[in-house]
Design a protein around this ligand. Structure first.
Ligand SMILES: [Zn+2]
Length: 197
């Protein structure tokens, strides 16, 4: 858009308004191509009823669908509903899996005054375990590696007791730990069994 407005220090120039959909994040024209069209429409109806009418009123839809046969219209609606249901089920399953995933930070006593710390469960949040191990090794200036635990699951083992620091790093979203939910963290202490009391 060409602008002939001269700069005036006393008056701010208003920016070009492009309204983006808060549901699918695309400009409004693109909502119908996404997998959340129904929710997009609900949002716009609340947000801006006038704009909603412009896009989705009976007349607007008639004008748009005028060229399609009734059969094609029905198929289009069915396809959209199917696509939405699929996307929603997928998002639901992913969210459930995420929420159910526990991150276990275990302080393990190797012998008197010597500990290692194991961290399990970060991979569920899309974190590269090798990279995290490297970050821990650098931050704590100690050994850290990715190993398989007795259950055959991968975990990060760090030399020394750094469990508290790791909890803090997750809480603060340090580096690649950003986005890992702190509520899913469980701290465990594993004491060495005493042979005699
Ligand atoms: Zn949208």
């Amino acid at each position: 858009m060409a602008s002939t407005t001269e700069e005036n220090p006393n008056q701010p120039i208003s920016p070009v308004q492009v309204l983006y959909c808060e549901v699918c994040t695309f400009p409004l024209e693109y909502c119908e191509f996404g997998s959340s069209f129904t929710r997009c429409k609900e949002w716009l109806q609340k947000e801006d009823p006038d704009l909603y009418d412009k896009y989705y009123s009976e007349e607007a839809l008639q004008a748009k669908l005028g060229t399609l046969s009734l059969e094609a219209q029905t198929k289009l609606e069915k396809d959209t509903a199917k696509k939405e249901a699929k996307a929603e089920a997928k998002a639901d399953a992913a969210l459930k899996k995420k929420m159910a995933s526990q991150i276990t930070i275990k302080r393990i006593e190797r012998n008197k005054r010597k500990h290692v710390t194991s961290v399990h469960g970060l991979e569920a949040f899309g974190v590269d375990l090798k990279k995290v191990a490297k970050m821990f090794a650098q931050k704590f200036a100690t050994g850290a590696s990715v190993t398989k635990n007795p259950q055959g699951l991968e975990e990060i083992v760090i030399q020394g007791d750094v469990s508290g620091e790791i909890v803090e790093m997750i809480e603060e979203g340090t580096g690649i730990l950003k986005g890992v939910p702190k509520d899913n963290v469980v701290q465990i202490e594993e004491k060495k069994k005493k042979s005699t009391d």
